[in-house]
Design a protein around this ligand. Sequence first.
Ligand SMILES: *Cc1c(COP(=O)(O)O)cnc(C)c1O
Length: 239
Amino acid sequence: MSEDHDRADGIVARLGRVRTRIADAERDAGREPGSARLLLATKTVPAAHVRVAIAAGANLIGENRVQELVAKGPELAGLPIEIHLIGHLQGNKVNPALRWAGCVESVDSPEIAARLGERSADAGQVLDVLLQVNVSGEPTKYGVAPDAAADVAAAVAQVAGLRLRGFMTIGANSADAGVVRAGYARLRELRDGVVGSGLAGTSDASELSMGMSGDLELAIAEGATIVRVGTAVFGARPA
Ligand SMILES: *Cc1c(COP(=O)(O)O)cnc(C)c1O
């Protein structure tokens, strides 16, 4: 019992520290308090621990794998939260993803967009999506290439059953803050171009989901509207 209690106290304390970091970064960037939302990246975190964070006010949860989303979904149902899918989605997992996620941040091809849109429209829904862009070009990362992203975004924006809400990226795996920040600036410029294009379905695409435990300050300085944080709140994940 006391071990669980310690674990819960730790989550709440760390959540508070992350909120302070976000507020400080917003202030340093001259941004409105609350303009960068905190999404908790909960991969490998048991539902009981996720619920501790929710009880402490967390309201936005991100899962990477549909299988984990399906497993934890029932334990989080009815709570005042929004759930996003933030990991690569395979075509054969579209239905369970739609069942549990209110937004898919990891749309990374016209094909997956078409499939999601078709199923969403069939269900009489409109699903919020972000286009994942691989700003660093690292081959281990999913996401459309930055040079192709404006065209893919314009296409996704027209898919029935989907609403393009913005863009997501995973920052460069670099110790050089300048390199990481340049990638986030690139996503912001891409967003500005798409939203300013006047093309059908692009006017709501203002979200920028970028920044994690180690670099959320850089992302907020470049305009992140969602930062995705895991380890800084829940501790290290099992290897
Ligand atoms: C795990 C994960 C995060 C959070 O990473 P931390 O370094 O633990 O904060 C953010 N985004 C995605 C897509 C992730 O998979």
